[in-house]
Design a protein around this ligand. Structure first.
Ligand code: ADP
Ligand code: MG
Length: 330
């Protein structure tokens, strides 16, 4: 069982950033409005995530570290992308390859609980704390030297964590994110008020400004375009504000951060007349379409999507961005 868990862990957890992604998604699923992440040595020595979400009662806590145990409805999850996790693998996998400690307190409980592993067995004890959940992951891959060897430098792993955080924070402007640690400068993105109105994206825009900076905000155009079932929103920098690398492109499909060649190609296509080969546009694009028009279960970590009609999505992105640039005089 230990071996099975270790192998399973390899599919879920490649590096510290994949742990951060899983844990932050759990916090979001738990309704957190404030998520604070602390890292040490690029996440190799420490990843600590503190949230103010629902917390777990004793039974949920005990189950949380069992494989394939999830408190989230799987049937629902397959069709509707309502929760972010991938069905009860993350915590069990993490516990197989690192020291895991969980402290949690539901809103209606007076006292919290702590779960630790003693000689491989989960042990739960009372633990005073504010409501919410704290998860600590220490000494990642200390028992899997083959994987430890493949981790990059502390700085590279730390940057990968920042990148994951940026993407998640962009998709949840109403949540406060704090990222700190001995290995980094503190980032703090306060919660943005989000309006229920269909066409009010001020909160999303504010969050993009927090993350991508004032320069970006002052040199970008808003995008809001509908083509058939595909809606494209976001902000894209003017062709005069570009970067020498493609790290500043952020794509979201139905609210979920993704990496996708169709979207990347479409964005480049929209700038084709303006950009030299070695320059890259800065943009955050939110693409929404009916869930039956896409397949989210391509990869367990779900950073990838497959569009049923890639041509339509491509056309919508190109047109949406070009119209916005056009309106700005380009
Ligand atoms: P999944 O997210 O697919 O359910 P995980 O292994 O990521 O699987 O988490 C297992 C369970 O632990 C979740 O279903 C949830 O009940 C609980 N859990 C994990 N993190 C949190 C959290 N931050 N707050 C509340 N509950 C949590
Ligand atoms: Mg999860």
């Amino acid at each position: 069982n230990d071996l099975v868990n270790k192998i399973a862990a390899g599919e879920v957890i490649e590096r510290p950033a994949s742990i951060v992604k899983e844990l932050v998604e759990n916090s979001l699923d738990a309704g957190a409005t404030r998520i604070a992440i602390t890292t040490g040595a690029g996440g190799k020595s420490l990843i600590r995530i503190e949230d103010d979400g629902y917390g777990m009662g004793e039974e949920d806590l005990r189950l949380s570290v069992e494989r394939h145990a999830t408190s989230k409805l799987p049937e629902d999850d397959l069709d509707h992308i309502s929760t972010l996790g991938f069905r009860g693998e993350a915590l069990a996998s993490i516990s197989a390859v690192a020291d895991l400690r969980i402290a949690t307190r539901p809103r209606d409980e007076e006292l919290g609980l702590q779960l630790r592993f003693v000689d491989g067995d989960a042990v739960i004890s009372p633990h005073p704390m504010p409501h919410g959940t704290v998860i600590e992951v220490r000494e990642l891959f200390k028992n899997v030297p083959a994987r430890l060897k493949f981790l990059k430098s502390d700085r590279a792993e730390s940057n990968a964590i920042t990148d994951v955080m940026k993407r998640l924070a962009m998709s949840k402007p109403h949540v406060q994110f704090i990222l700190s640690g001995s290995d980094r400068q503190t980032l703090n993105w306060p919660a943005q008020p989000v309006s229920d109105a269909e066409d009010d994206f001020q909160g999303d825009k504010n969050r993009l400004g927090q993350i991508l900076g004032l320069d970006f905000a002052q040199n970008a155009v808003p995008i809001d375009y509908q083509r058939g079932p595909v809606r494209v929103r976001g902000m894209a920098a003017l062709p005069t504000y570009t970067k020498a690398n493609s790290l500043s492109q952020f794509y979201f499909v139905n609210g979920r951060p993704v990496r996708d060649k169709v979207l990347l190609g479409a964005l480049r296509g929209a700038y084709a007349d303006f950009l030299h080969r070695d320059r890259f546009p800065v943009a955050a694009l939110f693409v929404d379409l009916p869930s039956q028009d896409l397949d989210v279960n391509v990869h367990p970590a779900k950073a990838e999507v497959r569009f049923r009609d890639a041509g339509l999505v491509r056309a919508a992105v190109i047109r949406g961005v070009m119209n916005a640039l056009d309106a700005a005089g380009f």
